[in-house]
Design a protein around this ligand. Structure first.
Ligand code: FES
Ligand code: FES
Length: 166
């Protein structure tokens, strides 16, 4: 049985026919839409490499059935930079050398974007670490990642102040 779903991915509407209703959002993004920035690490919800935003909330796309998100807005790492301008989180990761391997980095960045949008942490380092705890890598770049999220928060606060006073 073929199922039809519609997703808005990085601002572009995608009407898709699914021959297998069990296809995950991760496989759909990578294999049908060729958005391979979202990585498949563990494929079982443990590493966070597959993190994307669905209607503004972060999820592990390897655990999500595409069909259950019919009508949703999806944001992947490819959709973060707009108009040739990096997202503040991307800029902060560059500034703090928060890059890990190509598998971990996109998920870490998307998770940080989601965390800051949830607006739960302020810039408290402990709460940032807790908020990022679903993303597993703990190699030498990790201190840079925690600092990058703090800096991104400051960038966002500065943007907000600029908007309000414009
Ligand atoms: S690939 Fe989804 S959590 Fe590891
Ligand atoms: S597994 Fe990605 S940096 Fe270690």
């Amino acid at each position: 049985m073929t199922l039809s779903i519609s997703l808005t991915v990085n601002g572009v509407r995608q009407d898709l026919d699914l021959e297998d209703p069990r296809v995950t959002l991760l496989d759909l993004l990578r294999e049908r839409l060729i958005l391979t920035g979202t990585k498949k690490g563990c494929d079982r919800g443990q590493c966070g490499a597959c993190t994307v935003l669905v209607d503004g909330r972060r999820i592990n796309s390897c655990l999500a059935l595409a069909v259950s998100h019919d009508g949703a807005e999806i944001l992947t790492i490819e959709g973060l930079a707009t108009g040739g301008r990096l997202d503040p989180v991307q800029t902060a990761f560059i500034e703090h050398d928060g890059f890990q391997c190509g598998f971990c980095t996109p998920g870490q960045i998307m998770s940080a974007v989601g965390l800051l949008r949830e607006d739960e942490t302020g810039d408290d380092p402990e709460r940032i670490r807790e908020g990022m705890s679903g993303n597993l890598c703990r190699c030498g770049a990790y201190a840079g990642i925690a600092e990058a999220v703090q800096t991104a928060r400051q960038f966002l606060d500065a943007d907000e102040t600029e908007r309000r006073t414009a």
